[in-house]
Structures are given as C-alpha cells and as structure tokens.
Design a protein around this ligand. Structure first.
Ligand code: ADP
Length: 470
C-alpha cells in the first residue's frame, strides 16, 4: 500500500542519513583529534573545552586512610567511603549509598540542592562512624564528583560553566562549586574538607589507573557522555604561562559538546536540538548518550505514524517528549521472542499504541537498531580520536619503518556508564567499530576496561592522592 511505502521511505532515508562507514568514522576521529589540539592551544580555541583538571597525580597504590566521596551528576547521587591499605588494588572496603535526586531540586536553587546532598552525606558519615567505631570529627577528606563543565583554578575548586543533562539552577552558574558545597556542609555542622573536585570521567580514570597503570583515558556512556585523558605538560600550550611543576595532567575534553560536519545528522537530531533547553550545545552528546537515544527513536516512530496510518490515530503518548527512555528502547531492540512481544508490550504500555502487526514491530526494532548503531560507532570514533591525539592508534610515526603492531603499547581505556554496561548491543557495535577503524593488529592492544563506581571511588582516590596527610 502507498501508506506503507511512505513508512519504508522514511526508514530508507533514516538509514542513509545515519550511515557511518569506516571512512566517515575515521574522519570523525581525525576531527576530534584536531579539535583537541585546538582546545589545548588556546582558551576558546575549539568547541571542545579541554578543561584542565589540575589533577597532576593519579593514585598509585601507596595511599592510606579513610576518604569520602560525594558523586553528583546524573539521575542518582551517591555518597561513599573508602579505606585504603597502602597497596595497589587494596581498596579495603567501600560502602556506597545511592539516592535519586528529586526532580524539583534539579531546577531549584543551589542552596536547596546542596543542603539536600550535604544532609545525606552527614547522615551517611555518622552512620558509618557509629557502626565502625571510628573516632568522629576532624580530618575528614572528601572527593567531590560534580559531572558538569567546571572551570578549575585548582584541584579542589572550580566554577560552574553551565548545566547539562536537565539540570538548570541559574544562580549556580559562575559560582564556585566546592565553596557552595563547603558552605552547605558547614550549615549542617559536618566537619569535612573538600580536597578534590572532579567529574565522573576523571574519577573513572583515577580508579582505572589505580588498578592498572597502563590506563591512559576514561570515557563515560551514561545519561550523558564525556571523556578525559592524561596529557603531557608540553602539549598543554594554553597553560604554559602557569608556573606548574607537573609532568602531565588529566584533561577533561567535555566531548559532549564536540561538533564536526562529518557527524551524520538527521532531521530528527535537528528538531531534538531545537526543542532542547540548550540548542546548538552538546551536539555529540545528543547523538550518543542515554538521555537522548530513546527520544530520537520516538521522533522517528512519531514521524512514521504521522505520515501514514500504520498506527491508526497518532497516540498522544507518542507525541510526548522523552517518554520513550533508552532502557525501554534497548528492551525493544534486544527482544528475542518470536512474536516480538516485548516490542509490543512497550509500544502498548508506554506509547499507548494499539496492538500492531508483527511487521510494524520489526520496523520499530529496526529504528532502534539504526539509532543505537550510529551512536555506538560514533562513540568508538571518539575513543579513536583520543588515541590518535596521544599517538596510541598505531599509525607509524613518519619515517618509521617499524610495523605498527610491534610499536603499539598496551593501552587501557576505563569505561563506565549504564548505556555501555547494560545495553549489550550498543557495546557490541562499539567494539565492532573500534576494530574496523583500528584494524585487528592494533585493536588487540586496546583494552576497554569497565570500572565500577569509578566516578565515586575515583574521586575519593584523587582526594587521597592529593591529601594533605599522604
Ligand atoms: P548516570 O545517570 O550517572 O549517567 P549511569 O551511568 O548508570 O548513570 O547511566 C544511566 C543511563 O544509562 C540511563 O539514563 C540510561 O540512559 C542508560 N541505561 C541504563 N540502563 C540501560 C539499559 N538497560 N539499556 C540502555 N540504556 C541504559
């Protein structure tokens, strides 16, 4: 029928526009490496902020003592405590407590938000100390994971540049994040010093490095996406005026805001961007992170429904932004039942679509596949971009006769985030693309190592590495 033809037309167009052949992925990786250089050369030199974290020491295993961390930056926040025994890989214990952030606090005032997390931290610390019989009181040190773009003046302080991921607390922009938390801790009467302010990717890198010193970078694929890596001092041209003694420093790409004309962009991406609270910002993140994938898929299905009668009357739920969350999209995508009953369940329960023909279920599954495949392959290109920047992608240095596989060193990238960990097909597509871009010989030396709770434990580890007592 003509109607079905239209739906198929939309599908063909989507497939074409989301094409990510290996040539294009290489262009994206190259573009990222170029932007990284530009961002390191001068402040504002690129859409990539290439933020200096001032983390110039990563935990090497010699750290000892009790450290706390507070992790704020997504749907949940976490408080945790670690005990370090002074040997690599001997995090003696760690205890985590996680709580959802009440939605209204994401758009309230900074005082309300920080009072809320400070109160939770205080309760956690007191309960821990009571249970463990630790002497309460002074000398407590905290690593604060705050996963939003921050301009840091030191390892323990920094100013919020802007919010992302649905947070919008205007009075906080331009303010020192650590100071705001420190004041809230004081208001709650909790004696604790903020030693390190990091984001989730930096925490993940610290934990990865603690376990494996071949770790060179960390990437996050969760609600949002970001990456950081270890850079040599000489390469950080924009801070050569600063009088620092470090040999290398962790640099935070803030790659969510990466943009390149090589990125395959569709009508749906453009519309999603226009309808977002931050149009033209976070372009890369809007194509690959968990916050957006389900929403892109919803927009495609909606267009199909509007342009044909394949769902009958367009259900109003299908017109509701962000109603199709990425885990649901994943569940449809990975439905292995003969009749695609999971696809049907989600379509009827979440989108309130009447029961549909198996052919349509298959089509919806295909939409999920196209969106996720593009995301995962672009994510892989991003990783390769970083490896390129630090000369770990196996390309022969000019004039060198050595074969790439003999010069390639073991290279570990720490990875974290629900999208990568829980969405198997995303992970598989990412690995597949990595191999396509790098080639079999090189990819053997590249390890993507999942860490757990790195954003929290890692922050406590950075605090330990920069502690006044160690
Ligand atoms: P954060 O919100 O701090 O990024 P996570 O790293 O746990 O927390 O990532 C959670 C995000 O990962 C969710 O918002 C969702 O987008 C994605 N996600 C979690 N589980 C799944 C899943 N099973 N399938 C697809 N995406 C998932």
């Amino acid at each position: 029928r003509r109607e079905w033809g239209r739906v198929e037309g939309i599908m063909r167009e989507l497939e074409k526009e989301c094409e990510t052949d290996v040539g294009r992925l290489r262009q994206v990786a190259d573009a990222l490496a170029v932007e990284m250089n530009a961002g390191l050369a001068s402040e504002g030199g690129s859409k990539l902020k290439m933020l200096l974290t001032h983390v110039d020491r990563l935990p090497d295993g010699s750290e000892k003592g009790i450290y706390y961390a507070l992790d704020l930056g997504g749907t949940n926040f976490r408080v945790l405590q670690i005990r370090l025994g002074g040997q690599r890989s001997s995090i003696l214990t760690h205890d985590v407590e996680r709580q959802p952030i009440p939605r209204h606090l994401m758009t309230s005032t900074s005082e309300e938000l920080f009072d809320f997390v400070a109160a939770a931290l205080k309760t956690f610390v007191e309960n821990k100390e009571n249970a463990d019989g630790d002497v309460p009181g002074s000398g407590r040190e905290l690593g604060f994971t705050f996963s939003f773009p921050v301009k840091q003046a030191s390892v323990s302080s920094g100013i919020l540049i802007r919010w992302t991921k649905g947070f919008a607390i205007e009075d906080m922009v331009g303010k020192d994040v650590s100071e705001s938390l420190q004041l809230a801790l004081q208001r709650k009467g909790l004696d604790m010093r903020i030693v390190a302010l990091v984001n989730d990717s930096v925490g993940t890198l610290a934990l990865g490095y603690y376990h494996d010193p071949d770790t060179v970078a960390a990437v996050i694929f969760g609600t949002g996406t970001n990456a950081c890596y270890i850079e040599r001092r000489e390469a950080i041209i924009k801070c050569q005026g600063l009088n620092t003694s470090f040999g290398s420093m962790v640099v935070n790409l803030e790659w969510g805001s990466f943009w390149s004309s090589h990125l395959p962009r569709t009508l749906y991406d453009i519309e999603l961007d226009l309808d977002s609270p931050n149009p033209t910002e976070q372009g890369f993140e809007k194509m690959i992170s968990g916050m957006y994938l389900g929403e892109i898929a919803r927009r495609v299905i909606l267009r199909m429904a509007q342009q044909s009668d394949f769902l009958g009357v367009v259900p109003s739920k299908l017109s509701t932004p962000f109603i199709l969350r990425t885990p649901m999209m994943a569940a449809m995508h990975e439905d292995e039942s003969q009749s695609l009953s999971e696809v049907d369940r989600i379509l009827t329960e979440i989108l309130e679509v009447p029961e549909v023909h198996p052919r349509i279920r298959k089509l919806v599954m295909k939409v999920c596949d196209i969106i996720t495949r593009r995301a995962a392959r672009l994510a892989a290109a991003g990783i390769v971009g970083i490896l390129k920047k630090i000369g770990r992608e196996g390309e022969r240095p000019l004039g060198s006769r050595s074969r790439p596989d003999t010069t390639m060193r073991r290279t570990v990238v720490a990875v974290e985030g629900g999208l990568y960990v829980s969405y198997t097909t995303f992970r598989e597509y990412l690995h597949e693309a990595l191999e396509e871009i790098l080639g079999e010989d090189i990819v053997r030396h590249v390890v993507l190592q999942v860490t757990e709770d790195g954003s929290g434990i890692g922050a406590a580890l950075v605090a330990a590495a920069h502690s006044s007592t160690s």
